[in-house]
Write a protein that binds this ligand. Structure first.
Ligand SMILES: Nc1ncnc2c1ncn2[C@@H]1O[C@H](COP(=O)(O)OS(=O)(=O)O)[C@@H](OP(=O)(O)O)[C@H]1O
Length: 570
C-alpha cells in the first residue's frame, strides 16, 4: 500500500523525468523488500536475547537459525502457527485432529477422551484443582497456653501455635518425641536432619495434608505451603525470555527420556519413531499438543511440580555446567528453560506461570531449576518460603569472588556489545583492563561496593539474608574450585544431600585439558558466555586490591557456611 500509492502518482505525472521515475521505483522496491523482511521476524524476536534449553545464549542475529532448527524437530511438528495465541480454545482440537488425519480423539486415546482436549472435562478437572487450592479448612485451635506462654495440649505436651509438638526448650518434636525442625523435617538432638530424603518427605506432606470431615488435622500439618497448586492447563509464553509455546513444547519432549516418550506415545495412541526417539504429531497447534501431552503424562503419573531443588547462583559460578551434570541424574526433572528468574524478576506473573515452566516429573523425581539472580535479589528468600514446598533445598555454586567479578565483567561487556564479535574490534587485554578498573573502582581508587559486579561477589551479605528464611542445612555449597578438582565426589555428596539414588560413577567423568574443565564421557557443558572479548590484563596490583577487599567477606562466608574455600584467606 505505502509503496503503491507514491509509485502510481509518480508514474502518472508526465512532468517527472524518466530518471526520477526509475529512482522512485527502486526506492519503493527496496521499502517493499524491507517490509517483507520485518513481517517474517516478529518484533519480540529482534531485540530480545533468547536462552532456552541447551541452546547457548543467542542474539537476534541467530533467530533465523534457531527457527529452522525447531521447525526441523519432528517432535514439534510444522503444524499451526509458531506463535502462541492466548485466546485459542483447546476444545477445538477434537475437530482439528479429525481434519488432520481423519481420526477422532477417541481413537487416538484408546477409546478414551483426552481430558485436556475436552472443554467440559477440562473445566471440571481445573475446578477440582482450584478447589484444592482454595479450600482452606478452618484450623481448630485446640491448643492451650501455659503460664510461661508455651502452648501445651491436654496431655501436657508442648506445642507451638499451629499445633506442632515442641519440647520445653522450644525444639520441635513429633508425638513420639523425635526432634523436628520448623518445617517438619526430622532431626536428632544435634539438629542434624535425619530424614533428608525429599521424596519421602514429600510423601509425608501428602499424607499429613489430608482433610477429614472438612477439618484439617493441625497436629500433623506442616506449614500451609504444602497446598497443592493447580496445574496450568496451557503454556504461558510471557516472562523474561521470549519463547514460543512450540519451543516450550519441544523442550518438554526433548528433556524426556526415550522410555517415557515411548510410553506417552503408546498411551495416547500417537506414532513413535523409535530410532529418532521422537513422537509423531498430527497437524495441531502447540497449545493443543500441550493439552494432549499433559493429559497423557498425567495418565503415566507425571505432573508439572514446583521445584524442590533450586540452584540460586551465583552468576558466573559455574551454574550452567552444574545444570548439565545434575540433569544427567534420572531422578532429576529439569525446567523447560535453562533459567527462569521467576522469584527475582517475573514474580508478578504468578505461580501458575512458574509452574508452566517446569518439566514433567513422577513422584520419585525431584523438580529442579536454576536462576543465578536468585542469590542476590532481595525478596527471593521470603517469596520462596511462602510459595515453595517446605522441603525445598538449595544449591549455591560459589567461586573465587575475584574470578567471579572478572568473569561477570566480561559477560556484561559482551552483552553491551550486543554479543556481536565484530563490535569487539580494537578491544585488547589492556583496553578491557581499563574498562574494568573504571567500572569497579571509584574516584578515590577504592573498590566500589555499590556496583552490581562487586556486590554479587560479597557472598556473606547475601547468604545472611537467606539464613533468615531457611536453616543452613537446606543449602549445598558447591565450590567451583572443588568441582574443578573432583567433580565426581561433589556430585556423590550432592546425591546424598538431595536423597537421590546412587547414579554417578567415577568412570563417567574425565578432565578435558583443552577446555580446562571437567567433562562427562556423555558430553561436555556448553560455555555460558560467547567469550569473544579478550580477557582483561589486570596486573597484580589490581588483583591484590580486589583480594584485600573481598577477604573479610570471604572469611565471614566461611564462618556462616562452616566451610573453608581455597580463596577464603587469599
Ligand atoms: N565444566 C565447565 N565447563 C564450562 N565452563 C565452566 C565449567 N565449569 C565452570 N565453568 C565456568 O563457569 C563460568 C560461567 O558460569 P555460569 O555458567 O554460572 O554463568 S551464568 O551465570 O549462567 O552466565 C565461566 O567462567 P569464565 O570462563 O571465567 O567466564 C565458565 O568457564
Amino acid at each position: 500500500m505505502f509503496q503503491v500509492v507514491p509509485l502510481r502518482i509518480t508514474f502518472t505525472m508526465s512532468s517527472i523525468s524518466l530518471k526520477t521515475k526509475g529512482a522512485v521505483f527502486l526506492l519503493c522496491l527496496a521499502s517493499f523488500t524491507l517490509g517483507r523482511f520485518l513481517v517474517v521476524f516478529e518484533p519480540d524476536q529482534w531485540f530480545v536475547y533468547q536462552r532456552w534449553g541447551d541452546v547457548a545464549p543467542v542474539s537476534r542475529f541467530d533467530v533465523p537459525k534457531i527457527k529452522s532448527r525447531y521447525e526441523k524437530e519432528s517432535d514439534i511438528g510444522a503444524a499451526g502457527s509458531d506463535r502462541d495465541n492466548p485466546s485459542e480454545n483447546i476444545s477445538a482440537a477434537d475437530s482439528e485432529i479429525e481434519e488432520a488425519g481423519g481420526k477422532s480423539l477417541g481413537t487416538i486415546y484408546h477409546g478414551e477422551k483426552i481430558p485436556g482436549l475436552d472443554s467440559e472435562t477440562d473445566k471440571k478437572n481445573d475446578q477440582v484443582e482450584d478447589n484444592i487450592v482454595n479450600r482452606r479448612p478452618p484450623i481448630i485451635n485446640e491448643n492451650v497456653e501455659d503460664e510461661t506462654g508455651n502452648f501445651k495440649d491436654e496431655a501436657g505436651n508442648f506445642k507451638d501455635e499451629t499445633g506442632n509438638f515442641k519440647d520445653e526448650t522450644g525444639n520441635f518434636k513429633d508425638e513420639t518425641g523425635n526432634f523436628k525442625d520448623e518445617t517438619g523435617n526430622f532431626k536428632d538432638e544435634h539438629s542434624i536432619v535425619k530424614d533428608e530424603h525429599s521424596i519421602k518427605y514429600e510423601t509425608v506432606i501428602a499424607e499429613t495434608s489430608i482433610v477429614k470431615d472438612d477439618k484439617m488435622i493441625v497436629k500433623k500439618t506442616p506449614p500451609v505451603k504444602t497446598k497443592p497448586v493447580a496445574q496450568p492447563n496451557r503454556l504461558h509464553t510471557g516472562g523474561r525470555y521470549s519463547i514460543t509455546s512450540s519451543q516450550l513444547l519441544g523442550n518438554a519432549l526433548r528433556f524426556m527420556s526415550p522410555d517415557v516418550k515411548a510410553s506417552f506415545a503408546n498411551i495416547t495412541g500417537l506414532k513413535y519413531d523409535k530410532q529418532k526417539a521422537t513422537v509423531i504429531w498430527p497437524n495441531l497447534s502447540a497449545q493443543k499438543k500441550w493439552a494432549v501431552l499433559r493429559a497423557g503424562m498425567r495418565k503415566l503419573g507425571y505432573e508439572q511440580r514446583l521445584p524442590t531443588v533450586i540452584c540460586l547462583g551465583v552468576k558466573k559460578g559455574g551454574t550452567t555446567a552444574f545444570l548439565y551434570y545434575l540433569v544427567q541424574h534420572p531422578q532429576i526433572a529439569r525446567a523447560l528453560l535453562e533459567e527462569i528468574h521467576y522469584f527475582s524478576i517475573d514474580y508478578e506473573i504468578g505461580l501458575d506461570y512458574y509452574l508452566s515452566r517446569m518439566g514433567f516429573s513422577s513422584q520419585n523425581m525431584l523438580q529442579f531449576e536454576k536462576s543465578p539472580s536468585y542469590f542476590v535479589f532481595q525478596n527471593v528468600p521470603e517469596r520462596m518460603l511462602k510459595d515453595l514446598p517446605p522441603n525445598v533445598k538449595f544449591v549455591v555454586c560459589v567461586r573465587d569472588p575475584v574470578e567471579r567479578t572478572i568473569s561477570d565483567f566480561r559477560h556484561e561487556y559482551e552483552l553491551k556489545l550486543n554479543r556481536n564479535p565484530s563490535m569487539a574490534r580494537g578491544e585488547t587485554p589492556a583496553t578491557q583492563a581499563k574498562h574494568f578498573v573504571e567500572m569497579i573502582f571509584n574516584r578515590n581508587g577504592e573498590v566500589d561496593m555499590s556496583k552490581g559486579l562487586t556486590r554479587e561477589s560479597v557472598y556473606s551479605m547475601h547468604f545472611k539474608r537467606w539464613l533468615q528464611s531457611f536453616p543452613r542445612d537446606r543449602f549445598y555449597i558447591l565450590s567451583h574450585e572443588r568441582v574443578d578438582k573432583d567433580l565426581y565426589s561433589e556430585l556423590k555428596n550432592l546425591e546424598k544431600f538431595l536423597g537421590l539414588e546412587s547414579f554417578y560413577k567415577r568412570s563417567m567423568f574425565y578432565y578435558d585439558e583443552k577446555r580446562q574443565a571437567p567433562c562427562m564421557r556423555s558430553g561436555c557443558p556448553h560455555p555460558s558466555t560467547p567469550g569473544f572479548l579478550p580477557k582483561a590484563d589486570l596486573g597484580p596490583d589490581v588483583i591484590q586490591q580486589l583480594r584485600d577487599f573481598f577477604r573479610p567477606y570471604n572469611q565471614e562466608f566461611a564462618q556462616l557456611t562452616h566451610m573453608n574455600f581455597s580463596w577464603t584467606n587469599l
